[in-house]
Write a protein that binds this ligand. Structure first.
Ligand code: MLT
Length: 334
């Protein structure tokens, strides 16, 4: 008990010290889970440019790509303690720290870029931002729109759920995604993002899912052959700032962070539209084979929606809440 108390005190003291030293920092550190050329990187570049301009060059950011500052989920802990300023990471890696964010990883909830923009920029996005501050001590100040996560593997073309049998598929530590694969009939392998490339390379796992942009930026084409063009999850990746660091900044710097985040978010949507087809063609030219899921993905969708959604109604604020969201997207209610 005493040990826990003294540990919490040490952590708080560390957070306060770190946050106050950050208050005058000219350069903020930004952890980035993905590599150069990724949607995360593009968001970070735009944010850096805007933030510097808005603070008249007084403040700057430095990005650390490819998880150099730790695995994506670990960066949430560091930011919440004020030991890290910013992180750009996939939304699926935020959910374990702030469960209501799971609405953005519910299979087939978002069916287009427009849905993703509507959810993140509207009331849902505002509420989730407040929830992550409360639950995880981090504030969402920007979003990437990275496109639908497609399934890749090294063994065989996958068209039907039956084809999944026998494949070892890596998923993030995200209960909703784990349950989605279970609904599809296999037990996936949860693995940290930072270990995924090596896991695929060594054959610890045969496959994974992530958007075309991420598959390319992470050079998964070197260790994966087959793509199934599923559309179960539109990937969005928030730019978060440590709430302790944010609160330690003067109002003009806080404003610059928020405005730069908004501009970078708008840029990300345009960037996806410009890049995705080109990247897809490049992956094919490098030897990857793209397969469409059978019957317009009907079985994939039915299994995931029927088996996964009901399990998460409570965690996500109830069925009525999900219906309000579905209505706002112009879709049928459940
Ligand atoms: C994941 O699969 O853990 C994430 O989508 C990785 C990423 O940040 O691109």
């Amino acid at each position: 008990q005493r040990f826990i108390k003294s540990m919490s005190f040490a952590l708080c003291a560390g957070a306060i010290a770190a946050a106050s030293s950050m208050a005058h920092a000219a350069t903020f550190r930004v952890a980035v889970g993905d590599g150069a050329g990724s949607a995360q990187h593009a968001l970070g570049l735009k944010f850096a440019e805007e933030f510097k301009a808005k603070t008249n060059g007084k403040h700057d950011t430095k990005m650390f790509l490819n998880g150099q500052l730790g695995d994506e989920q670990a960066t949430i802990n560091d930011a919440s303690m004020g030991l890290l300023d910013f992180s750009i990471l996939a939304i699926n890696n935020v959910t374990p720290f702030s469960p209501t964010v799971g609405v953005l990883t519910l299979p087939y909830m978002m069916q287009s870029l427009e849905d993703a923009v509507a959810l993140t920029q509207g009331d849902v996005g505002k509420e989730l931002t407040e929830n992550t501050i409360r639950d995880a001590g981090v504030r969402i100040v920007g979003w990437t729109y990275t496109g639908f996560r497609v399934l890749t593997n090294s063994k065989k073309p996958v068209e039907t759920l039956a084809d999944l049998e026998g494949l070892k598929i890596r998923v993030p530590q995200n209960e909703i995604m784990i349950d989605t694969y279970r609904a599809w009939g296999i037990n996936p392998t949860p693995m940290a993002w930072s270990e995924t490339f090596t896991g695929l390379q060594l054959g610890v796992v045969d496959g994974q899912d992530n958007p075309y942009l991420t598959v390319s930026a992470m050079k998964f084409d070197e260790v994966q052959k087959y793509i199934t063009d599923i559309r179960y999850l539109f990937s969005i990746e928030p730019l978060i700032v440590s709430e302790a660091v944010f609160q330690s900044q003067p109002a003009d710097v806080q404003q610059a962070i928020l405005e730069a985040g908004q501009t970078a978010t708008e840029h990300s949507a345009k960037w996806l539209v410009e890049q995705e087809d080109k990247i897809k063609a490049e992956l094919t030219a490098k030897g990857m084979e793209i397969t469409k899921p059978a019957n317009g993905e009907k079985e994939w969708m039915e299994k995931a929606v029927n088996q996964v959604w009901p399990k998460y109604y409570d965690q996500l604020g109830g069925k009525d809440k999900l219906n309000t969201i579905l209505k706002s997207l112009g879709r049928d209610t459940i």
